[in-house]
Design a protein around this ligand. Structure first.
Ligand SMILES: *Cc1c(COP(=O)(O)O)cnc(C)c1O
Length: 379
């Protein structure tokens, strides 16, 4: 089936008891059993919930994996992955400008379990190659990165990772969604998402999902999901399922607006630097064209100073100053003090996350209204 058909139907059958077209919210903690050992495959809702299963099966189809598992947040999903792939004395490689919360999890928690992390610019294949060790078990890539939209060649990194032992390539696909980028098709072993962003798409739910290529990894992650227990609730599973039905048309609308806002910003004299993979001037533009089928709607731009950023962010009205991204409404943020506040200042500067950097998640409002709002904010 085509992607749009799968987005609406994959993993979802009309309800067997009532014929309800939409998967019901199975708001139950347990299921009655007909006798000892006699049940319909459902015992306790941490282990199995039909609403959650529908979302998990849907995502497995959209991301071309064998199975998916939904978690209470994107960070809970990544935590489960570290439980799947890493143990004491293992080594992991991670993109050096991943989502701030991912860095915080690895650096402040997982590292203390005796796992060694190396942070490299994964856009540079030589750096990935040089960082690989015999005990490397996980290579974690975010592409495009947050917030400066650096692109990593998933296919090429997969080749490097798979040359050595049993390391797995994990790709955080939150920014593109499977509509624009499918890492497993490009060679990755595992895809992780914050469903909080584009998949749910309406800024009204927090969640995460993992999709895996290998059956053995999938079985083990299912065990971890149940044993560690950070599951997505039935209601949130239902919200994300509902969001995914319109993912293709939302992503198209986001991308169209993203391109127009990027063009406006690129031409503005107060914008000193702009990061958007859809612009031919972006260093990852050609690679982005090859491995993504759209450029999305995340843009970062540098206004030169904290004062300029503060003034600009204080003046926007239609665009909301807020963390998060990927909702239908336009959100604008200041990475240095918001999403990336937990990244040390020195590291931030190295990554280009300056005090003047502003990030915008372009929504699907009328683009003329968005550009008028930005124009007013520039003063
Ligand atoms: C938001 C985000 C996360 C974390 O997800 P939560 O749902 O907030 O826990 C991870 N990666 C990226 C790229 C994100 O944008």
């Amino acid at each position: 089936m085509g992607f749009r058909t799968d987005a609406i139907h994959a993993g979802q059958e009309p309800d067997p008891t009532t014929g309800a077209v939409t998967v019901p919210i199975y708001q139950t903690s347990t299921y009655v059993q007909e006798g000892i050992g006699k049940h319909k495959g459902f015992e306790y809702a941490r282990t199995q919930n039909p609403t959650r299963s529908a979302l998990e099966n849907n995502m497995a189809v959209l991301e071309r994996g064998v199975a998916g598992y939904a978690f209470a947040s994107g960070m809970a999903a990544t935590t489960a992955l570290t439980q799947l792939l890493l143990k004491q004395n293992d080594h992991a490689i991670c993109s050096d400008n991943v989502y701030g919360g991912t860095f915080r999890l690895f650096d402040k928690i997982v590292k203390h379990y005796g796992v060694d992390f190396t942070y490299v610019n994964t856009s540079n294949l030589r750096d990935v190659e040089n960082a690989m060790r015999p005990n490397t078990k996980m290579v974690f890539v975010e592409t495009p990165t947050n917030p400066i939209m650096a692109i990593t060649d998933i296919h090429a990194v997969a080749e490097i990772v798979h040359r050595s032992g049993d390391a797995r390539l994990v790709v955080d696909n939150t920014f593109m969604s499977p509509y624009f980028q499918r890492p497993i098709e490009l060679g990755a072993d595992i895809v992780v998402h914050s469903t909080t962003k584009y998949l749910n798409g309406h800024s009204d739910s927090v969640g995460g999902v993992v999709v895996l290529k290998r059956k053995d990894d999938a079985d083990r992650l299912q065990f971890i999901q149940n044993a560690a227990g950070a599951i997505l609730s039935p209601f949130d599973s239902w919200l994300v399922l509902r969001g995914i039905k319109t993912l293709p048309i939302r992503m198209e609308a986001h991308s169209t607006n993203g391109r127009l806002v990027a063009k406006y910003l690129a031409e503005h004299k107060k914008v000193q630097k702009i990061y958007y993979p859809g612009l031919p001037t972006h260093p990852g533009h050609d690679l982005a064209r090859r491995q993504m089928s759209g450029f999305g709607a995340m843009i970062a731009f540098d206004l030169g100073s904290m004062d300029a950023a503060r003034q600009f962010l204080g003046r926007v009205r239609l665009c909301s100053l807020a963390e998060s991204l990927g909702g239908v409404e336009t959100l604008i943020s200041h990475p240095a003090t918001m999403t990336h506040a937990s990244v040390p200042a020195e590291q931030r500067t190295k990554l280009g996350i300056t005090d003047g950097l502003v990030r915008i998640s372009v929504g699907i409002e009328d683009v003329d209204d968005l550009i008028a709002d930005l124009d007013d904010a520039f003063g």
